[in-house]
Design a protein around this ligand. Structure first.
Ligand SMILES: Nc1ncnc2c1ncn2[C@@H]1O[C@H](COP(=O)(O)OP(=O)(O)OP(=O)(O)O)[C@@H](O)[C@H]1O
Ligand SMILES: [Mg+2]
Length: 509
């Protein structure tokens, strides 16, 4: 059984103005985790989409267990035993897990009517076999992200996948959820499944991979193993230069009060209390990090502060203005930049050209509008400058944001929000899905803004990011700030305990 389960040869794919995959050769062995790394726009998702039949290659062949196959659509891929969990989840939110699994199965299994109870039993069996905890009767939109992802994995297994493609599966997970996923991945490979695992997190690659491949500019530029390499070397292979994995910064010099939040109360989408009396302050020239396990109110907190969600109690003061019930545009005009957590919902209009997304909150102001007329030249010039400064990989500034790679979409938002002259920066998961080279750049930028006197509220599920950038760290748990600690002395363990709702004094005994 030396034949690789999957082999691709000479895969090439062109998009208008981009050579996304350039003669890629790759093999996946049975029972291994093959980690795939590469900077934003390197061609990782494109290659996976070809293997899964969503795109057709311009050149090259695909072999399954040594036999050449033609994969024209996902049904072909599923028949070949290939399953994919996408960078952006694809379950139907209003259906239950079981209903989602039954969708489309009529074709694959050849009968029209599927028995729901039987599907539920099959889900339970898979769930047990691989340690994937999912309630088949739960409605998808009610599930936390980690559980939605487990449902996606179950769906793929339910369709008989032997090869699983996971495209940035940990980008949206908390550290705890990521650890759970790793256990699942190990149990899958132990039982003979083969996995391609795309990620930007080098720590994970070193932990989970059997082999590692690196893409750059559409080409496969290296193959290695965790034992033979280091995080620094991987970073270098990805971006083709040295990357500082640590952030360099001086102590903060906090100035005037910029954001003062008193006893804030906010409800979630289902009208349940999400923020239960949060009090915090951010001064000019400091970074306040908000650490917490996802789903503890940080999303609702940020939405309330930026005018996107109604406040039900308490008060928000922004530079002396009462913005408790302000509209988003007012909050922006007083001087707030916001990198939202959900880039598709609040960050971008995907159908717009990149240049328009780059002026989404300033298009009506000079120099972009003069005497009620849009100024196309000013909008284009702004875009050309930002694309260059923030290294956004796009064929032109008129390309729709939807055809950019995930990480480059995120860079469009970051470029827009970081380039405005503001007093407060609210950044929620600012580097989600971003490659190490660009993370270095964004982190430097956040510190530069702090040093220029901007107040920064950083909400992140990445403990490394929180610890690297913050001056003070507030830990949120069940909608309350349970402690605020100086970043200098904070440890991963201390923060981890607080995030689980345990105070150190209690943990001691
Ligand atoms: N549907 C499309 N239309 C046009 N261009 C596309 C399309 N999909 C991808 N591209 C281009 O192909 C290149 C590779 O994109 P791809 O999504 O494969 O990158 P990636 O390695 O997955 O990056 P990321 O880490 O940001 O997800 C990019 O330059 C992107 O703009
Ligand atoms: Mg991608």
């Amino acid at each position: 059984m030396d034949e690789p389960v999957l082999r691709v040869r000479g895969i090439t794919k062109r998009f208008p103005g981009v050579l996304a995959n350039d003669h890629i050769d790759l093999e996946l062995r049975r029972g291994e985790v093959l980690a795939m790394l590469g900077e934003n726009g390197a061609g990782k998702s494109t290659l996976m989409n070809i293997i899964y039949g969503l795109y057709t290659q311009d050149e090259g062949e695909i072999y399954i267990n040594g036999r050449q196959v033609e994969i024209r659509n996902p049904e072909d891929a599923i028949r070949c035993g290939i399953g994919m969990v996408h960078q952006h989840f694809m379950l139907v939110p209003v259906l239950t897990v079981a209903e989602n699994l039954m969708l489309g199965m009529e074709h694959v299994r050849g009968y029209f009517f599927l028995d729901k109870e039987r599907t539920i039993r099959e889900i339970e069996a898979l769930s047990k076999q691989y340690g994937l905890e999912v309630d088949p009767r739960a409605t998808v939109e009610d599930l936390p992200v980690g559980a939605q992802q487990r449902a996606e994995i179950i769906k793929v297994l339910y369709r008989g996948a032997e090869i699983l493609i996971l495209d940035e599966p940990t980008a949206v997970l908390t550290p705890q959820e990521a650890d759970d996923l790793f256990m699942v991945v190990r149990s899958l490979t132990e039982q003979g499944k083969s996995i391609i695992f795309i990620t930007h997190k080098l720590r994970e690659v070193m932990e989970i991979a059997d082999r590692i491949v690196v893409l750059r500019g559409g080409k496969l530029v290296g193959t290695t193993t965790p034992a033979e390499t280091s995080r620094a070397e991987l970073a270098n292979m990805m971006v083709g230069r040295e990357v500082l994995l640590q952030v360099e910064k001086e102590p903060a010099a906090p100035g005037e009060m910029v954001l003062a939040v008193r006893d804030l109360r906010v409800l979630d989408d289902r009208e349940h209390p999400a923020v239960n009396g949060v009090t915090l302050e951010v001064r000019a020239g400091e970074v306040l990090g908000v650490a917490g396990v996802q789903g503890n109110g940080q999303r609702e907190l940020v939405e309330a502060l930026t005018g996107l969600r109604k406040v039900t109690g308490g008060q928000v003061q922004l530079l002396g203005h009462d913005t408790t019930h302000a509209a988003p545009r007012q909050v922006i005009e007083i001087g707030t930049a916001h990198v939202p957590e959900d880039r598709h919902k609040h960050g971008l209009v995907l159908a717009y050209p990149v240049e328009d997304d780059l002026v989404l909150c300033t298009y009506y102001l000079p120099p972009f509008t003069r005497s009620f007329n849009l100024q196309p030249y000013a909008i284009e010039t702004n875009a050309v400058n930002l694309v260059d400064a923030f290294d956004i990989r796009t064929p032109t500034v008129a390309t729709p944001a939807s055809s950019l790679s995930g990480g480059n979409q995120q860079k469009v938002i970051v470029a827009r929000e970081f380039s405005r002259n503001v007093k407060l920066l609210i950044a929620a998961q600012p580097t989600r899905g971003i490659d190490v080279g660009s993370i270095e750049f964004i982190h430097k930028n956040i510190i530069a803004q702090r040093d220029a006197g901007v107040a920064v509220l950083l909400v992140s599920a990445e403990l490394d990011e929180i610890m690297a950038l913050s001056d003070r760290i507030a830990v949120i748990y069940k909608g309350e700030i349970i402690d605020t600690v100086p970043a200098e002395t904070a440890t991963r363990e201390q923060l981890g305990l607080l995030m689980a709702g345990v105070h150190e004094a209690e943990a001691g005994d």
